[in-house]
Design a protein around this ligand. Structure first.
Ligand code: 5GP
Length: 189
């Protein structure tokens, strides 16, 4: 997606540990006109999959998934990372290791919101080692629902998540793949 490459080259920064900082349009301030284009692109890529629900993770995935959902006309469910008293008792849980935070946390989705008849599209901001994606896939599996595909805004092609998911036969569509972030020089695939 050329618009996304331009946003990254114009606005992104590279932090220690091969972290791309996209706070000006994706992770802190949200560029809604840009996110509309992202939403339309996901709709184009998964148009034939009869998606019934979009699944993401709080927090960064919510805005992207919500804007995309308007083009699919389906609800968004976001897995909760933060333990709250008002979450239903009956949940599907999975453990996710966070590369950016350097720790493992639990994600939860109420059993009410993923049903066996659901055809699910996972959407997230980044794909690195696929820990978040595998956690969400585990939840979809437990619910007996069908994973139709995974839509990622920025895949870090130098980490092994993309290869792992493609080897599993997942319909993974990344809007951009970054092959290197060495010395602040961003190289796209
Ligand atoms: P994974 O679970 O695929 O290993 O990592 C994906 C998650 O880690 C994303 O949901 C994202 O929040 C975070 N993440 C991984 N790499 C980066 C990065 O370079 N920049 C930012 N902003 N987040 C990242």
């Amino acid at each position: 997606m050329e618009l996304l490459k331009k946003k990254i080259l114009d606005e992104a920064g590279v932090e220690e540990g091969h972290i791309l900082k996209v706070d000006s349009f994706l992770n802190h301030q949200l560029d809604i006109a840009f996110l509309n284009e992202v939403g339309k692109e996901f709709k184009r890529l998964f148009n034939d999959n009869n998606i019934t629900k979009i699944l993401t993770l709080e927090t960064s995935g919510i805005a992207i998934a919500s804007i995309a959902a308007q083009y699919f006309n389906v609800p968004v469910v976001f897995a909760k990372k933060i333990e709250t008293k008002n979450l239903d008792k009956e949940t599907y849980d999975s453990d996710v290791y966070s590369y950016t935070k350097g720790r493992t946390y639990k994600i939860r989705v109420s059993k009410k919101y993923i049903l066996p008849e659901d055809r699910i599209l996972i959407i997230d901001d980044f794909l690195a080692n696929a820990q978040a994606a595998l956690g969400l896939m585990d939840i979809i599996n437990r619910a007996g629902a069908k994973l139709e595909g995974i839509g990622i805004v920025i895949e870090k092609g130098f980490q092994d998540g993309g290869e792992l998911l493609r080897k599993k036969g997942v319909n993974l569509q990344s809007l951009v793949i970054i092959d290197s972030l060495e010395e602040n020089n961003i190289k796209f695939r």
